[in-house]
Design a protein around this ligand. Structure first.
Ligand code: SF4
Length: 498
């Protein structure tokens, strides 16, 4: 693409964004001074107030209600270690109550890294010449997907930079290409998207190729910080286009939508309230809250000083608090803890944070899976990855800690999205599907991809444990799962789900 052509596209896109913003019909939902005031008013919580909120959050596990901004602010100011223990225990209990003790597994797939934006925290920003950027061709993408499905993955988050060459048409083409790959029993059954905000019409096109969830992270809800890290004149510099991006996705019929913050850009307590107000606004407008919430932290990136020098960097201790508060404030949401974080911290945070989805065996360089035999490549990555365990090693550790690793992708293919999914999650009945589909999809992994050690612990301990849970809690479903388990094992049937 020639520079004048790229500049013309950029200009047109910016104009389109600004036109949408000037005619926006949705009310604003981020009031900085109101959030700051709530934080100030609730900075000295009494023990009893904290314990009452913890109990209330437990009660909300079966009603799906959100905590209020004041309650979240109060939790965010707790200091006593024993009260944090009560919060961590509640987070674990709420997650088990809503989703059961399964962890859904996915892989990030970086499809394009060329980007017209200049976000100061990102290794892919245009000004950073130290990191190579490119977009996968169709055959390269298929090669990446072949490697992923050969590891056992069934669910992707496909990640895109923002440029004319990776617009919604490129997203459609690459998602279709990913779904077309079949390698033995290997295939991708759910492709979630992490990409720049689109117009309603563009979202409609992306929906038509069968995507799962569409993620847009606001990065920071604090407007002055947003302006400081997203330079004026860039596409991403337009705060409201991004803030209401998932409203437009809902308008286009994409009803599984995902929010997130890049923690470390501004005060984590403020950002938690931003996430809460975002969830409340989506519920008010569409009756459907976020399908998942993500909480990536700033990670070191090549030639990117802000990533290590921001005054708001979040410590491991505060990170664990953030994850737990997300679970208490929004009990029905999926909670995503990625391999950005070190293995030991992830292990500690799964239970105490009520995490429900994790990636493993991840590569975040564009084209990185086709070069699995090589070391990670910081000069081709957006940031540096911390947990580099293989998928099989990760699953082994999950099994050892008593979790059910799940490759379930049944939800959206069975029509359980948006307003259909929400009551199941809000009334904590979705776990019946989660455990049943978790068992069947994990058995597929054990049959087709697992190491002998993982197969042994999976078949001897994990699957029997969760079959027993089904027998005791949902006997009618349990019989069907037993039947389908035989089909998976003896008849080599695949993709049996409820
Ligand atoms: S954060 Fe996203 S939009 Fe910003 S420079 Fe990086 S890839 Fe581009």
């Amino acid at each position: 693409m020639t520079a004048p052509k790229a500049m013309a596209w950029h200009k047109r896109r910016l104009q389109q964004i600004r036109e949408w913003q000037s005619s926006r019909r949705f009310p604003d939902f981020i009031d900085e001074s109101a959030i700051e005031q709530v934080l100030v008013e609730n900075r000295s919580p009494s023990r009893q107030a904290v314990l009452d909120i913890v109990q209330k959050a437990r009660d909300h596990a079966t009603t799906g209600e959100l905590l209020s901004p004041a309650e979240v602010a109060l939790l965010a100011h707790v200091e006593e270690p024993d009260l944090w223990e009560a919060i961590f225990e509640a987070a674990d209990w709420i997650k088990r109550t809503v989703y059961g003790n399964r962890i859904v597994l996915f892989a990030p797939l970086y499809v394009s890294s060329s980007c017209v934006n200049n976000c100061k925290y990102c290794g892919f920003r245009t000004a950073n010449t130290a990191v190579a950027r490119r977009n996968l061709t169709s055959s390269e993408l298929r090669e990446e997907v072949r490697t992923l499905v050969s590891m056992g993955h069934k669910r992707l988050i496909m990640v895109y930079g923002e440029s004319e060459d990776s617009d919604y048409r490129y997203i459609c083409e690459t998602v279709s290409a990913a779904y077309s790959v079949k390698e033995g029993f290997g295939e991708i059954r759910r492709a979630n998207i992490n990409a720049s905000p689109l117009s309603v019409e563009e979202y409609g096109a992306v929906k038509s190729v069968g995507i799962g969830t569409y993620q847009v992270f606001q990065e920071t809800y604090h407007r002055p910080t947003y302006r400081a890290v997203h330079p004026e004149g860039t596409l991403k510099g337009e705060y409201d286009w991004r803030l209401f991006s998932l409203h437009r996705a809902q308008e286009a019929g994409i009803d599984d939508i995902a929010i997130g913050v890049l923690f470390g850009l501004y005060d984590w307590r403020f950002e938690l309230l931003g996430l809460l107000h975002h969830a409340m606004a989506l519920e008010r407008e569409f009756g459907v809250g976020p399908h998942t919430i993500s909480y990536p932290r700033l990670e070191p990136a090549k030639n990117t000083p802000l990533a290590t020098e921001s005054p708001w960097l979040v410590s491991d201790e505060d990170f664990a608090k953030i994850v737990a508060i997300v679970r208490l404030m929004c009990p029905y949401t999926g909670s995503i803890l990625t391999a950005r974080e070190p293995a030991e911290l992830r292990r500690k945070t799964i239970g105490g944070g009520g995490v429900s989805q994790m990636d493993a065996g991840s590569r975040i360089a564009v084209g990185g899976y086709s070069r699995m035999h090589e070391a990670h490549q910081p000069d081709r990555q957006q940031f540096l990855l911390s947990d580099t365990r293989t998928l099989d090693e990760f699953i082994h550790d999950l099994c050892r800690d008593g979790y059910l690793p799940s490759f379930c992708t049944a939800g959206y293919r069975e029509g359980r999205t948006g307003a259909v999914f929400m009551p199941l999650a809000k009334h904590a009945t979705v776990k019946n599907f989660c455990i049943a589909n978790g068992i069947l999809s994990f058995e597929e992994y054990l049959q087709d991809y697992a190491s002998p050690q993982v197969r042994e612990i999976g078949q001897q301990i994990v699957i029997p444990k969760y079959l027993k849970w089904l027998e005791e809690n949902v006997p009618a479903l349990s019989e069907k799962v037993h039947l389908n388990l035989c089909r998976v094992r003896e008849e080599k049937q695949r993709d049996l789900h409820f």
